[in-house]
Design a protein around this ligand. Structure first.
Ligand code: FAD
Length: 146
C-alpha cells in the first residue's frame, strides 16, 4: 500500500519482496497468503461443517458430512488469489518489483552492482518486513497439550 501511494504521489518506486517469485505465493504478505484471508476461508469451512452436523436439530437431514481438509485448504488458497491481484496493482502504478530475501539498505552495498545483485539507489527506504511469532517459554505454539 505504501509503494502504491508513493507511486501515486509521483515517486519512482520499487518493491523488494522475498515471496515475489515463490510459486503459489507472490506479493501480498501474510494477510493475503497466510493470515486473514486463508484463515477466514478455513473458519468458514469449520462453520459449515458444524452447521451441517447439527442441521437435524432444525429438521434438516444430512448424511456423510465430513471435512475434506486438502479441499478446504485449496479453497483458502483460491480465495487469496481472487480479485485483480497485487501484481496487477504494481504494474498499473508502474512499480518495479524485485524478488530478494537478503536486501541490504547499506549505502556502500547499494552503490555498486555485483554479480547477480541489483543496486537500487534511492533517497528513501521504507522497511516493512512484518513480524514473526515469538513463543512464550511456558506456552509454545503447537506444543502438546496436557
Ligand atoms: C493466522 C493469521 C491470521 C490473521 N488474521 C487477521 C485478520 O483477520 N485481520 C487482520 O486485520 N489481521 C490479521 N492478521 C494480521 C495481519 O496478517 C498482519 O497484521 C499484516 O499482514 C501485517 O502486515 P505487514 O505488511 O506489516 O507484514 P506482512 O504482511 O508480513 O508483510 C511483510 C512482507 O515482507 C516480506 N519480507 C520479510 N522479510 C523480507 C526480507 N528480508 N526481504 C524481502 N522481503 C521480506 C514478507 O515476505 C512479506 O511479504 C492475521 C495474521 C495471521 C498470522
Amino acid at each position: 500500500m505504501a509503494a502504491i501511494r508513493a507511486a501515486q504521489l509521483g515517486l519512482r518506486t520499487a518493491v523488494v519482496e522475498k515471496d515475489a517469485k515463490v510459486p503459489g505465493v507472490g506479493l501480498g504478505g501474510s494477510c493475503l497468503h497466510r493470515g486473514c484471508i486463508p484463515t477466514k476461508a478455513m473458519l468458514k469451512a469449520a462453520t459449515l461443517l458444524d452447521e451441517a452436523k447439527h442441521a437435524d436439530e432444525f429438521g434438516v437431514k444430512t448424511s456423510g458430512v465430513e471435512l475434506d481438509f486438502p479441499g478446504s485448504r485449496g479453497s483458502a488458497t483460491r480465495w487469496s488469489s481472487r480479485g485483480p491481484g497485487v501484481e496487477y496493482q504494481m504494474k498499473k502504478n508502474r512499480i518495479d518489483v524485485h524478488a530478494a530475501s537478503d536486501a541490504s539498505t547499506d549505502r556502500a552495498a547499494s552503490s555498486s552492482r555485483r554479480g547477480g545483485e541489483t543496486a537500487l539507489e534511492t533517497r528513501n527506504v521504507l522497511v516493512a518486513t512484518g513480524s514473526v511469532p515469538r513463543d512464550l517459554p511456558f506456552l509454545r505454539a503447537d506444543a502438546p497439550r496436557s
